[in-house]
Design a protein around this ligand. Structure first.
Ligand SMILES: [Zn+2]
Ligand SMILES: [Zn+2]
Length: 113
C-alpha cells in the first residue's frame, strides 16, 4: 500500500511497524522515522489512528493485551466500513462517531452463515 507520494521511509515499512510503534516496542530511532512519516503522510496517519482505536476497542472487549491477528483484522474491516466517520485530529487521538462494536464478532462465529 502506498499513497503515491515519495517518502524517506516507504509507507509499507511504516505500516509493517505501526503496531509495534503503538505498543511502544520500537527503538527511538524507528519511532522518529515513523513519527516523521506520519507527519507528512495522511493515509498512514489515518491508519495509525485506526490501529490505536482497534487496540483500545479490543482491550475493552476481551481485556487482553495481545490482540489476536484475526480479531484485529475483523475489527479493522468493521471500522473501515465507517471510515468516513473517522476523524483524525492531531494523530494522537481519533474521534469515531459511530462504530458498531457489538457487531464485531469476537468469538469467531460468522453472523448469518
Ligand atoms: Zn505513508
Ligand atoms: Zn504518504
Amino acid at each position: 500500500m502506498s499513497c503515491g507520494d515519495h517518502h524517506e521511509v516507504d509507507c509499507s515499512q511504516i505500516l509493517d511497524r505501526l503496531y509495534e510503534y503503538i505498543d511502544n516496542e520500537l527503538a527511538d530511532a524507528d519511532c522518529g522515522d515513523i513519527r516523521t512519516h506520519l507527519d507528512e503522510c495522511s493515509p498512514c496517519l489515518e491508519k495509525y489512528g485506526l490501529e490505536q482505536h482497534v487496540k483500545a476497542l479490543v482491550q475493552r472487549c476481551c481485556g487482553c493485551d495481545d490482540v489476536p491477528v484475526d480479531l484485529r483484522s475483523k475489527v479493522l474491516a468493521r471500522i473501515r466500513e465507517v471510515k468516513t466517520q473517522v476523524v483524525t485530529s492531531d494523530g494522537a487521538s481519533v474521534v469515531v462517531e459511530q462504530v458498531s462494536v457489538e457487531s464485531v464478532v469476537v468469538d469467531g462465529d460468522r453472523p448469518g452463515a
